[in-house]
Design a protein around this ligand. Structure first.
Ligand SMILES: NC(=O)c1ccc[n+]([C@@H]2O[C@H](COP(=O)([O-])OP(=O)(O)OC[C@H]3O[C@@H](n4cnc5c(N)ncnc54)[C@H](O)[C@@H]3O)[C@@H](O)[C@H]2O)c1
Ligand SMILES: O=C(O)C(=O)C[C@@H](O)[C@H](O)[C@H](O)COP(=O)(O)O
Ligand SMILES: [Zn+2]
Length: 362
């Protein structure tokens, strides 16, 4: 088992990563939460079908007042409607300020349940139980949110979990498409903050099926380590933390413009990362091998060009509403080298020109 300590201004908490560790959940709750009056497990229907009973059985002995609420699977559930339903369930079951929420699922469950926890009676503790590869990213760092039609994660908070318990065995049932989505964030962590790890990925993971249990655990550990370092320096994205948004300015615009759930988060940011790499080459007059990186993305099955049906002007409009933008001025995360990300204001004209070229086959 690997243990990563996440230290932020507001909270320091442990993340346990390993195979066959879910049984440690009751002890982890006792170790990281004070008095727990009752527990609400929030999960989605696909994850619940596979793992909810196992979790509820684990809670039965020590936490008699444990309830579960199951949301539909998929991005569309990060909505006002589901948020309201979770809050209503919590209130109707008598949750109080000593209650605990467990988020059992991927990034959708984690973001939604975390936002419910952040706002229920002005904030109660929660623990992340990630079940997707992508959630190595979403379960750490305390960004919790729901979507708005006008933009991804627009309504949210910073609310750190009390702990993260990452049961690697849960990923056995993850569909390939979802593994790929999570792998995009793994690659992102290498590209922005750990050159050696990025090269390890390229060397050791030729196809997604190379991600056996050991490599998966190593990739999660290295990815999380990059994120933990950034978040410990800048919990609330006053500056540095924005580098974790590499690929997201365009990626989020694509997700929102296509309609939430039409493309996975990872596929969308893969397109966004290739775009940001090309922009970096243009702006810094540097060769970052964006073409060979795009070719390797394609081998994993990632899309690398913008979907034809999305007009560039609409995407630019969405990018101007990105949370990093100030007065409509777009801030992009660019690379000066592999492993070295920077934050830069970029003119609309340059963004649009490159967008127009991003529909071509890469
Ligand atoms: N808060 C953050 O810092 C942060 C970071 C990255 C991404 N995100 C957010 O995370 C979300 C994406 O997360 P995701 O990719 O985990 O999506 P997800 O939670 O929708 O999970 C993807 C799909 O896989 C299914 N699934 C989950 N675990 C499974 C398992 N073990 N076996 C079989 N099926 C399983 C789910 O039911 C769902 O259909 C996006 O909303 C994104 O914005 C947040
Ligand atoms: O933790 C962060 O900070 C990130 O930017 C991680 C991203 O991978 C993640 O998708 C996050 O939800 C994006 O945040 P947002 O502030 O751009 O909505
Ligand atoms: Zn992301």
């Amino acid at each position: 088992m690997d243990v990563v300590t996440i230290s932020t201004k507001s909270k320091t908490y442990p993340m346990y990563i390993g195979s066959g560790i879910i049984d440690q959940l009751p002890q982890l709750i006792k170790d990281t939460c004070k008095t727990v009056s009752n527990i609400l497990v929030i999960s989605d229907e696909t994850v619940a079908q596979r793992y909810l009973e196992q979790v509820m059985v684990l809670l039965k002995t020590d936490f008699k007042n444990s309830y579960s609420f199951v949301i539909p699977a998929g991005e569309a559930a990060k909505s006002f409607e589901m948020y309201y339903q979770c809050q209503t369930f919590a209130l109707s079951r008598g949750l109080d300020r000593s209650s605990l929420i467990l988020a059992l699922g991927g990034g959708v469950v984690g973001d939604l349940a975390g936002f419910v926890a952040a706002t229920f009676m002005r904030g109660i503790p929660f623990i992340q139980l990630p079940t997707t590869l992508l959630a190595h990213d979403s379960a750490v760092g305390g960004k919790v949110a729901i979507n708005h039609d006008l933009g991804k994660n627009m309504i949210g908070a910073f609310h750190q979990p009390n702990a993260v318990l990452y049961e690697i065995d849960f990923m056995k049932t993850l569909p390939l498409k979802e593994l790929r989505s999570g792998f995009a964030e793994v690659i992102k962590h290498g590209l922005i903050g750990d050159r050696e790890f990025y090269h390890w990925l390229i060397r050791e993971v030729k196809t997604l099926s190379d991600l056996n249990k050991e490599k998966l655990q190593y990739a999660v550990l290295k990815g999380v380590s990059v994120k933990a370092k950034v978040v410990s320096e800048d919990e609330q994205e006053k500056g540095l933390r924005a580098i974790l948004n590499f690929g997201h300015t365009l990626g989020h615009a694509i997700e929102a413009e296509l309609g939430y759930g039409e493309i996975t988060h990872g596929d969308a940011i893969a397109i966004g990362m290739i775009y940001a790499l090309r922009l970096s080459e243009e702006i810094f007059n540097f060769d970052l091998s964006s073409s060979s990186i795009a070719a390797s993305f394609k081998r994993f099955g990632f899309p690398v060009t913008v979907p034809q049906e999305l007009p560039p002007e609409k995407l630019l409009q969405r990018m101007k509403m990105d949370k990093k933008a100030t007065s409509g001025k777009v801030k992009m995360i660019l690379l000066k080298d592999i492993g070295k990300a920077v934050i830069k204001d970029v003119d609309d004209k340059q963004l649009l020109l490159l967008l127009e070229k991003s529909y071509e086959k890469a």
